[in-house]
Design a protein around this ligand. Sequence first.
Ligand code: F6R
Length: 241
Amino acid sequence: MELIIVKDYAALSQRAANLIQAQLTWNPQSVLGLATGSTPVGMYDALVKMYQDKAIDFSQVTTFNLDEYLGLGQDNPQSYYAFMHEHLFKHINVNKEKIHIPNGLSEDIQSECLAYEKSIQLHGGIDLQVLGIGHNGHIGFNEPNVEFEAKTHVVSLDQETIEANKRFFDSIEDVPKKAISMGIKTIMKSKRIVLLASGEGKADIIAKLVKDEISPNVPASVLHLHENVVIIVDEAAASKL
Ligand code: F6R
C-alpha cells in the first residue's frame, strides 16, 4: 500500500487526475472504475480541464461506477447516473455506450447485479479503480461487518451513511436506504486501486485504515491484501497518522 500525502484538496485532485491521465496514455482502452461523492469532484474537474486542453482522450475508455441508489432512475438528479453526467461524462468524449452504472430501477435486481459483475469480467476487469472512503470505512457501499467475498449485490446503507449523504437530498427521508454496489471481491479484482480522502473529517478513518489490522469492521482495510493500491490523502486527512 503506497501512501501519498499532499498539501490540500486541490493537490489531491490534480494528483489523482494525473494518475488517470497516465493510465490512459499507457492504455487508451482502459477500463476505469469510478466513484461518486464529494471527494472525486475535484479530480473530475481536473480531468475535464485536461480534456479541454487536449491533454487526455476518453474516446476508447470503458467505465464502471461503483454503485447506484436503489429506486432512483437516471433522470433523478440525486442518482449517481446524474451525478456522473453532471461532473464528468457530459463534458468529455467518452462513448456513452461504454458507460456502465448499475440500474437502480431494474425490476430484477438479482439479474442486474449478476449482469453487472459479468460485464466487468467480459471487459477484462477494471484496470484502475477510484475509491473514496466513508467515515465508517466503507468502500463502494460495502458497510462495516462486510462480507469480503461479496460481488456486486444489494446493500442496506448504515444509518451513518444515510446521515452523511443527506446533504445531497432535501431531507433525510429522501435518502434511499438501499443501493446496488460492487462487492469487495469485485473491487479487489481491479488491477490498480487509488483511494482518495480529504479533510479532517476523514483523519480518524485514515489512521485506522493505515495502522489497524484487516477487519470486516473496516471494509477498506482489505486493501492491505491488494498488491497495487495508492492512497492519496491531503494533510488534513493525514493529521492523525
Ligand atoms: C461513492 C461511494 C462511497 C463514497 C464514500 C465517501 O460512489 O461508493 O464509498 O466514496 O461514501 O464519500 P464522500 O467522498 O462524499 O466523503
